[in-house]
Design a protein around this ligand. Structure first.
Ligand code: CP
Length: 310
């Protein structure tokens, strides 16, 4: 593959190749005498974030530094976009300076596919609207595989603001391709029934408590109030009453259930602090795992036929 636009075009073998390469890079990250490898020396990567980010942007930048790449962080707020320059023109002008790879987050679904048609550089999708966030799904899969030693047959519930979530769509592609069982949970207004047309094998539930005892992992989603989620729930209090993962509901789960959340967390809304910081949570492990996973993505795009490193 020349680009990573989403999980949809990947085969299970592609996904396993990324996860295996990430495991090799994780060992690099953990060994203080190594930490940095020369794998992308002399490669130029532009990070182009048109939407805010804490985890993804810093994780990509750390991954790039650990691979010895040269990095430019494009600042959309001080760029000529404010003078009306289009996204494609902006990208073509960056392209004229010969970057090898562009990592982009944009609010428009399909913005990356549009750029990929115009660019020689590889494009990596760091989130496009409510469409896909492929490296998040890859790091979630890496975290689940590390915890359970498999993905096939795992039972994963994804709970909350499904409607607005690119994380869900990338996870649906990935988990179903890898043979996991996915149950989407939330109020009917936040779980579009049409999702079953694309992913016929998934289950949809509108009550959380009956689903919890059967899950290996529960992935809680942030209510994306900035994308209008408030209009689809009667009120935050009502949402919390039925869908929040709290200590009482956690007791309905298997004792070894894994609790995931892509972040940022709305503490006290979709999850209580007691659960988010409790022994079942893998939330910061997800963040740690994001670095080797993104190293693997960047490395494999630049070396599609290369040897595994280190
Ligand atoms: N998980 C995630 O994408 O977080 P950021 O929006 O902070 O990058």
């Amino acid at each position: 593959h020349r680009h990573l636009l989403g999980i949809e075009p990947l085969t299970p073998q592609d996904i396993l190749a990324i996860l295996d390469q990430a495991r090799a890079f994780e060992e690099v990250c953990e060994r203080p005498e190594i930490k940095i490898v020369p794998a992308l020396r002399k490669r130029l990567i532009v990070n182009l974030f048109f939407e805010n980010s804490t985890r993804t942007r810093n994780s990509f930048e750390i991954a790039e530094k650990r691979l010895s790449a040269e990095i430019i962080n494009f600042d959309a707020d001080t760029s000529s976009l404010s003078k009306g320059e289009t996204l494609v023109d902006t990208a073509l002008n960056l392209q004229a300076m010969h970057p090898d790879l562009i990592v982009m987050r944009h609010s428009a679904p399909g913005a990356h596919a549009l750029l990929a048609r115009h660019m020689k550089a590889s494009i990596v999708n760091a989130g496009d609207g409510a469409h896909e966030h492929p490296t998040q799904a890859l790091l979630d899969a890496y975290t689940l595989r590390k915890r359970f030693s498999r993905l096939e047959g795992l039972r994963v519930a994804i709970v909350g603001d499904i409607r607005n979530s690119r994380v869900v769509r990338s996870n649906l592609w990935l988990l179903t391709k890898m043979g996991a069982h996915v149950t989407l949970v939330g109020p009917p207004t936040l779980v579009p029934a049409e999702l079953k047309e694309t992913w016929p094998g998934i289950e949809i539930a509108h009550e959380l408590e009956p689903v919890l005892p059967h899950q290996d992992a529960v992935m809680m989603l942030r209510c994306q109030f900035e994308r209008g989620t408030g209009a689809f729930i009667p009120g935050q209090g009502e949402y919390v009453r039925f869908y929040q993962l709290n200590a009482q509901r956690l007791r309905l789960c298997r004792p070894d259930v894994a609790v995931l959340h892509p972040g940022p967390i709305n503490r006290g809304v979709e999850i209580t602090s007691e659960v988010a910081d409790g022994p079942n949570n893998l939330i910061l492990d997800q963040v740690t795992n994001g670095v080797p996973v993104r190293m693997a993505v960047l490395f494999l795009l630049c070396n599609p036929h290369g040897e595994q490193v280190p």
